[in-house]
Design a protein around this ligand. Sequence first.
Ligand SMILES: NC(=O)c1ccc[n+]([C@@H]2O[C@H](COP(=O)([O-])OP(=O)(O)OC[C@H]3O[C@@H](n4cnc5c(N)ncnc54)[C@H](OP(=O)(O)O)[C@@H]3O)[C@@H](O)[C@H]2O)c1
Length: 320
Amino acid sequence: MRQVTIHEFGSPAVLKIEEVAEPALLPGEVLVDVHYAGLNPLDYKIRDGSSGMAAKLTLPSSLGREFVGKILTAAPDVDLAAHDLREGQWVFGMRAHPDVRGTYAERISVSVDSVAPVLDDSSLPHYAGLALVGLTALDAIEQAAIAQGDTVLIHGGSGGVGQLLIPLALQRGASQVWATGRAANAERIRELGATPIPYDGVNWQEVIADETEGRGVDSVIDTHYFRTFLPSLNHVADGGRIVALPSLADLTPAKERGIDASVPGIAPTREKLDWLARAFDAGELPLEVSEVLPMDEVASGHKQLESGHTRGKLILDVRA
Ligand SMILES: NC(=O)c1ccc[n+]([C@@H]2O[C@H](COP(=O)([O-])OP(=O)(O)OC[C@H]3O[C@@H](n4cnc5c(N)ncnc54)[C@H](OP(=O)(O)O)[C@@H]3O)[C@@H](O)[C@H]2O)c1
């Protein structure tokens, strides 16, 4: 079968498409015939060795954390019916920590607890990109502790996680959500229900200070972090909080100022995956797939991820 393999950490040039042996099916796992895999910034951080997860990888290895595909078979100890699953069923999901085996492959074996049924097989690329950003957005919203009437600032409102954070913050009762993004993405941010702040045209700090009359917002959810985290601390209301997404974010400056700060940590569970599928199917999580790339364009996908300006989700078609 074909898979994207890396033999060393480095630039997108280390991504090779190779014929490899079929994956071994371990106890507790299902074998999935993958059709699409989601691309995430975490993938390039593993590829270049900067993520803590890279140290756990035995090279050569595939990359990728999430997927959509059909169940081919299950390990002898897995009773599919008991999991409300069957052979031939479309499922989506993501690998759970500490499983670092990739998903950019024609077939993968994965824990039966990390998959859930697809509810509409006309949206397969969306399901391929739903698990990782969906689980992250759920945890980030939980940590942001948004109460009825709260004000929220989201940095990166048109990115993969950002596009789910906006509707989730509104569902939790936020009275006003501002979201930063380039002017080119302002319309998408508005469609999702937030007030766009095009940071490439206006000073977002001045906008927030003006609109909140200097009070600041109750919660900041910062998907970008690098240029936004420190200045955001000046715009958190008394008793407010900041949630930063990158796992390596340094929260010390917030804590030194007495601001509640955290990074979401995600774990796929069947219950949460089922919830995401239902919410996506009901139109409550309007995730945008901006591009579906064939497997041999995976390096170009990684370059886009590294630019930090992906809109919605990039998806890899492992069959093309
Ligand atoms: N802790 C966890 O478990 C976890 C889970 C998932 C993701 N993450 C991390 O969270 C981050 C975001 O993930 P993602 O999948 O949403 O990434 P993404 O799809 O690449 O989105 C990045 C977003 O950042 C925005 N952006 C870039 N520069 C900006 C700036 N100066 N100010 C404001 N926004 C800016 C981009 O919008 P424009 O193009 O409009 O600038 C884009 O919307 C990544 O670092 C990822 O590794 C962490």
